[in-house]
Design a protein around this ligand. Structure first.
Ligand code: DGL
Length: 284
């Protein structure tokens, strides 16, 4: 049987170059249990405008915050597989709940870069004058050992209060973020924190930036509110550069939107948040 030398099977440089460009034009998969991850997708789109994005909202199974770790892992693996079938070059887990519950096992199973969302506890603790910080999270995040270990790491010299906010994601998904029941619910979660002297609040769920104005209104200007969209975008950019995956095209990238509960109400909610015309497609 004739043996083939490595030199024989090497592709010409021009082919390799064009293959690399093709890879770089492949999309970045971004997902969340619903519309929360759009707060991250918007930031990525703004800072990396040439990248092609695929956004999946797993709305049929939202909220993840009320689900078990096993269930979340199963959903995350299924969505990641779908991205890989669409040749995604990187995946952004635009969900705190999915990050703490499923990112470690996901990273073990796939080879492309996986970027997660970590709540900004460290910068919050550094910034807090009173050394009293609160993190707003879902129930599943509040109970997660990986998350609690992160909190413990920063709790030595500061009071770090974990505040679960059950029901809030549901209201945001129902586009009720301006309704009085949303303000009432948030006041119930925030008032006790303000009474304890908290001066810095970390948004530990990607849905919560969508009600940031309301949180500001309840807490007043003296309380600092911290989000994670920019650090996540910067981490994505670093990972793409490290793996030579930046799309070098001068053309603006496209963003495609998918939902596991694709319907007219979802389409309206997406339009409302994205504030540009878009077509919502059915996932899978
Ligand atoms: N947006 C998500 C997060 O960051 C999940 C919310 C949920 O589905 O409960 O935690």
């Amino acid at each position: 049987m004739p043996t083939q030398k490595i030199a024989d099977i090497k592709a010409p440089v021009s082919t390799l170059k064009s293959e690399l460009q093709t890879i770089n034009a492949e999309p970045i998969g971004i997902f969340d249990s619903g519309v929360g991850g759009l707060s991250i997708a918007q930031c990525i789109n703004q800072h990396l405008p040439n990248e092609n994005l695929l956004y999946v909202a797993d709305t049929l199974y939202a909220p993840y915050g009320e689900k078990s770790s096993e269930f979340i892992q199963q959903r995350v693996n299924e969505i990641a597989q779908w991205f890989i079938e669409r040749k995604a070059k990187a995946i952004v887990v635009a969900c705190n709940t999915a990050t703490v519950n499923a990112i470690d096992q996901l990273r073990k199973n796939i080879l492309i870069p996986v970027i997660g969302v970590e709540p900004a506890i460290k910068p919050a603790v550094n910034l807090s004058k009173n050394k009293k910080v609160a993190i707003l999270v879902t129930k599943a995040t509040a109970q997660n050992p990986r998350f609690l270990a992160l909190v413990a790491q920063y709790s030595q010299n500061s009071d770090v209060i974990v505040q679960p906010c059950p029901g809030l994601v549901e209201l945001i998904e129902q586009d009720k973020k301006n309704a009085s029941e949303c303000k009432l619910m948030l006041t119930g979660y925030l008032q006790p924190l303000l009474e304890k002297g908290v001066d810095t609040i970390v948004l530990g769920c990607t849905h919560y930036p969508l009600v940031k104005n309301l949180i500001n209104e309840i807490c007043g200007n003296s309380v600092v509110i911290m989000e994670t969209a920019l650090p996540v975008t910067e981490q994505l950019q670093r990972q793409l550069a490290l793996h030579q995956l930046i799309n070098t095209s001068n053309n603006l990238g496209t963003t495609s939107f998918y939902s596991s509960k694709c319907c007219a109400t979802q389409q309206a909610l997406f339009n409302h948040i994205w504030q540009r015309p878009l077509q919502l497609n059915s996932y899978p």
